[in-house]
Ligand binder design. Structure first.
Ligand code: FAD
Length: 304
């Protein structure tokens, strides 16, 4: 007699989750934490570190976001098949924390910078209230391509530099780092009260760069620093042009191997996320690499 074992069904790495705003909490003058969860969050499973997800948001003039129906292919393919001028606007956010609940649901904390430029995401966040619904494209398996913080095994120490959009990811990275690993960290925020308590077992030296206090936030801060000895891994995230200057400093002036610098553009001054992504795709189609073009790296970095 032969027996066959049914293979476990393959889980798509990213799925659409219909979530509910559970609570909101102001963390500082510029930052709002929104906790999502409720029925529909079952199966959400991120990889920690700088795990990100995509929010599906209404366009200006829409009351509700136009989201893809269930079906074949990836959620992104189904989203792309919708009319371009109707389909939901996508915005990327880091998963600051993820808590499985006894009822099988999961709570997910997202920390929003309430920037004054009023794009769909910051507009949605300002108005969000418990009970509001939102669809997110999020991870369903922990090892997924929207986790970028991946230090090679021979890393002796870590450098982290984040502007105000990236402390949520940096804080989750710090929680993940092994005990005793040296980490030199710079986190930039608009105001003194935007600083957060951080948890880490790493041997970290953390500097908050507070713009309202006149902190120097350009490449000069890292350039002036004495860095630990040994083989580094750098994770830098924030505004496109500032990242480019910092990456250049690390690779060209400090001699970091390019593959040991993970540089993730979180936003681009003067461009919305889709405008920046389009500029990135055009750069890639024109054969320009992300090392040469500040927007080229957008193409593959988010949850697809
Ligand atoms: C992987 C990833 C993870 C991210 N995680 C976070 C996160 O955890 N928290 C967070 O707050 N952001 C995060 N961001 C950045 C966020 O997605 C962008 O700031 C996004 O552009 C905000 O969308 P929006 O609809 O508010 O503005 P958009 O419609 O995209 O932009 C409208 C205008 O606002 C400007 N703008 C966008 N962001 C800012 C800003 N921060 N300050 C000033 N002007 C801005 C744009 O240049 C544009 O001119 C992340 C981005 C990525 C790629």
């Amino acid at each position: 007699m032969t027996s066959t074992t049914a293979a476990a069904p393959e889980v798509a790495p990213f799925q659409l989750f219909d979530l509910t705003v559970v609570r909101t909490r102001r963390l500082g003058p510029s930052i709002l934490r929104i906790t999502l969860g409720g029925p529909g969050s079952e199966g959400f499973r991120g990889g920690g570190r700088d795990q990100s997800l995509s929010l599906l948001l209404p366009r200006p003039g829409q009351r509700e976001a136009v989201v893809p129906a269930a079906g074949g292919g990836t959620w992104h393919e189904r989203w792309r098949a919708l009319p371009e001028d109707e389909r939901a606007v996508l915005r990327s956010y880091a998963v600051r924390a993820e808590r499985p609940r006894p009822d099988g649901s999961t709570e997910v904390d997202l920390d929003f910078v309430l920037h004054g430029d009023g794009g769909p995401a910051s507009r949605w966040a300002r108005a969000a209230a418990p009970g509001d619904r939102i669809t997110v494209a999020g991870p369903a398996v922990a090892d997924n391509t929207a986790v970028h913080f991946r230090p090679p095994a021979d890393t002796d120490w870590v450098l982290i530099r984040a502007d105000e959009t990236a402390p949520p990811a940096a804080a989750a990275v710090l929680e993940w780092l092994p005990a005793g690993l040296p980490a030199r960290v710079w986190l930039e925020v608009p105001r003194t009260e935007d600083r957060q308590a951080l948890n880490t077992a790493a041997k970290s030296r953390i500097s908050w760069l507070v713009r309202s206090e006149g902190a120097a936030c350009g490449v000069e801060t890292v350039r002036a620093a004495a860095l630990p000895e040994g083989t580094p891994y750098a994770w830098i995230a924030g505004e496109a042009s500032r990242l480019r200057a910092l990456r250049h400093h690390l690779v060209r002036e400090r001699g970091f191997a390019p593959e040991r610098v993970t540089s993730t553009t979180y936003w681009t001054r003067g461009l919305s996320e889709e405008q920046a992504r389009r500029a990135g795709s055009e750069a890639v189609s024109a054969g320009i690499s992300s090392a040469e073009h500040p927007k080229a790296e957008w193409v593959d970095q988010v949850a697809r």
